[in-house]
Design a protein around this ligand. Sequence first.
Ligand code: ATP
Ligand code: MG
Length: 261
Amino acid sequence: MSEIISIANQKGGVGKTTTAVNLAASLAERGLKVLLLDIDPQSNASTSLGFTRGDYEFNIYHVLIGSKKLSEIILTTEIKNLKLAPSNIGLVGIEKEFYNPNKKNREMVLKEKLKEISHKFDFIIIDSPPALGPITINALSASDSVIIPIQCEFFALEGLAQLLNTVSLLKKTINPKLKIKGFLPTMYSGQNNLSKQVLEDLTHHFKDKLFHLKKGQRCIVVPRNVKIAESPSFGKPVISYASSSKGSMAYRDLATVIARG
Ligand code: ATP
Ligand code: MG
């Protein structure tokens, strides 16, 4: 069975999609079979891998409403071992369906759909939207763990308590196996005191939940890196677009930690 990891934080623009795309691509580069599942109506993960709307007819919305099987929407990407389940703006419609109080087990729809294909992959990485609504709840309910990217800027930890409460509530109810895999500081700038402060705060509160390549080494931090910002417009993960950039190295390190379990 595959390991299913959601990348989540209801704060917008903190590096969820960048992390999902590059972690998925870095795991695939190591020879692991990976599915990147885009469950954000913005479909930035799909675009980041070079797919535009016209490139595919069906997407995760059709799977969630039951008109397609997950295996029927999966796309082959330019990266060996990496497949994509794309999203589309039409996915906003699912919120209405999932809010229908008469719909039973509406938190578990994605989990059910994943059963069909999960044996085919070593990892399924889910890119979730910037909200704690039904889509993210479905992603977390289907996952073994969650990685929470934290942008090293002012207000970085704001809203985090709400996310952590949601995770602990899900753990107590519908998904007892759900774990916080870790916090990933993103867009870190060594010249910026605020960045340093956020990293210090994170280390203070969540020391055991930061990622370490080796014991005793500094935790894995994704630097603010122009190559990371440029890569989506070329439809490539940064690890392909600028393979030896500092951003690529950080995501490869993260994949090393995730792959060893
Ligand atoms: P949303 O909440 O809208 O889904 P997100 O959390 O998925 O956003 P991203 O889309 O990954 O965030 O990143 C937001 C923006 O910051 C993007 O333009 C991305 O290219 C850029 N970005 C992400 N990480 C870095 C980085 N380490 N260095 C420079 N730019 C970055
Ligand atoms: Mg995103």
